[in-house]
Design a binder for this molecule. Structure first.
Ligand code: FMN
Length: 172
């Protein structure tokens, strides 16, 4: 596990290669296995493989979402605030498991922030995505995760460059 975490890096360039159905299913299983507050499973996941839709999703932010354009798969993670007030935590944990599992099967991924972001002066990133993908009004979009076979190499983290100054013992 620690090796997986050290070698996982955000990958924003992807090969023009479809992801096997079996691998997509493995990633989705990981999402559904994520722990949730009181076991309420407040999340839902939308897999987007339609190139036309993915291209549109890549315009959801002024900056920060363009990398999605080359991804063969985007998973949109949504949460339901009516189910639990911990829906952001639930969705974030599932998103992390998606990213780590993706890496464990030889794929690369990158998170694209949606919550609290704007597409332009008149439209939030979330509203744009909800309209495009017919997402019900009551659901909140947490993030989009671009996934594909990596077409860039990023160095692994090492023990030496970890921010140990973030750690505190007993009292801050
Ligand atoms: C909550 C969150 C939001 C992020 N939003 C974006 C984003 O909108 N666009 C992007 O290109 N990368 C985004 N990233 C990726 C981060 O930039 C990346 O994780 C960070 O620079 C550390 O690099 P690493 O993932 O390779 O360790 C996000 C990551 C997290 C955890």
């Amino acid at each position: 596990m620690i090796d997986l975490l050290k070698t996982r890096r955000s990958i924003r360039k992807y090969m023009d290669k479809e992801i096997e159905k079996e691998k997509i299913n493995t990633i989705l299983k990981a999402a559904l296995l994520a722990p949730t507050s009181m076991g309420k499973r407040s999340w839902e996941f939308i897999t987007v493989t339609d190139r036309n839709l993915i291209e549109k999703l890549s315009t959801a932010r002024k900056m920060g979402s363009q990398f999605l354009k080359g991804a063969p798969l985007v998973i949109v993670v949504v949460g339901n605030p009516e189910v639990t007030d911990a829906y952001i935590e639930d969705a974030s944990i599932a998103s992390t498991l998606i990213q780590v599992t993706t890496h464990s099967i030889g794929l690369g991924s990158c998170w694209c922030q949606v919550r609290n972001r704007d597409r332009n002066e008149n439209e939030t990133t979330e509203d744009f995505i909800k309209a495009l993908l017919n997402i019900p009004e009551n659901l909140k979009v947490e993030c989009m995760i671009g996934i594909g076979y990596p077409d860039e190499k990023r160095p692994a983290y090492t023990d030496e460059n970890l921010p140990y100054n973030k750690l505190h013992n007993n009292k801050y």
